[in-house]
Design a protein around this ligand. Structure first.
Ligand SMILES: C[S@@+](CC[C@H](N)C(=O)[O-])C[C@H]1O[C@@H](n2cnc3c(N)ncnc32)[C@H](O)[C@@H]1O
Length: 213
């Protein structure tokens, strides 16, 4: 089946950083997840569904210029914004690849690091957009070395008192093309151990980070 999601990220790609509620809501998922990757200077990090590269500054602060970030995304418009960000910040240690994470092979994702395994991989608000997210997660894990850290940040309806905000959360997810009921973190234990869980913004944002077996 041809992918339908890129249409969500064509014209809107130029405004994505401004309209994606990063500061009040979704940045909190990155803030919770990225420290749990335990990145060291020189680390190689894979960012699946990297979009405009909103994770890149967070990752850069931890890997220093000797590390490498490889972002993959199916939307050429989002990648164009990511490349623009990389150029304007003068980052020479970021590569972005066009590709569908549900059909890409681990070998393809490992090409920028000469076939070695990544030290860490992350997917923020991306797997829930993919029809076959289990395939993307399997490939993400296969692209990592054993002992690498793998993080999933994704969405579900807000819980408890915050359930009041559910209509808004559903609307935001529908507008972005994600399935709020996908719960892609539920398969992380197939690939990882030592999983740490965090729940932020009233449970709307779920974070899971584990160590690849
Ligand atoms: C909501 S945006 C999130 C972008 C970024 N990870 C962030 O945290 O801001 C979802 C991204 O996933 C990408 N995406 C959706 N399906 C994909 C697929 N099958 N393979 C690669 N990227 C995909 C979209 O193009 C979009 O850039």
């Amino acid at each position: 089946m041809p992918p339908t999601f890129p249409s969500k990220y064509t014209v809107s790609a130029r405004f994505y950083d401004a309209i994606s509620a990063e500061w009040p809501i979704y940045g909190a998922g990155r803030a919770a997840a990225i420290p749990l990757l335990h990145l060291e200077a020189g680390a190689w990090v894979l960012d699946v569904g990297c979009g405009t590269g909103l994770n890149f500054p967070w990752l850069q602060r931890r890997i220093d210029p000797s590390g490498l970030i490889v972002g993959v995304d199916v939307s050429t418009h989002m990648l164009e914004q990511a490349r623009r960000k990389v150029r304007s910040r003068g980052w020479s240690n970021v590569q972005v690849l066009a590709g569908d994470a549900t059909t890409a092979t681990a070998a393809r994702l490992r090409e920028p690091i000469d076939g070695a395994g990544y030290d860490a991989a992350i997917a923020t608000y991306a797997l829930s957009l993919m029809d076959d997210w289990p395939a993307a997660l399997a490939t993400m894990a296969a692209a990592c070395r054993p002992g690498a850290r793998l993080a999933i940040v994704d969405m579900q309806p807000p819980q408890g008192h915050a359930a009041l905000w559910s209509p808004l959360a559903r609307l935001a997810c529908r507008a972005g093309g994600s399935d709020i009921h996908a719960r892609p973190w539920t398969l992380l234990d197939h690939y990882c151990e030592d999983i740490t869980a965090r729940s932020v913004r009233g449970g709307h944002i779920q974070v899971r980070v584990g160590t690849v077996r």
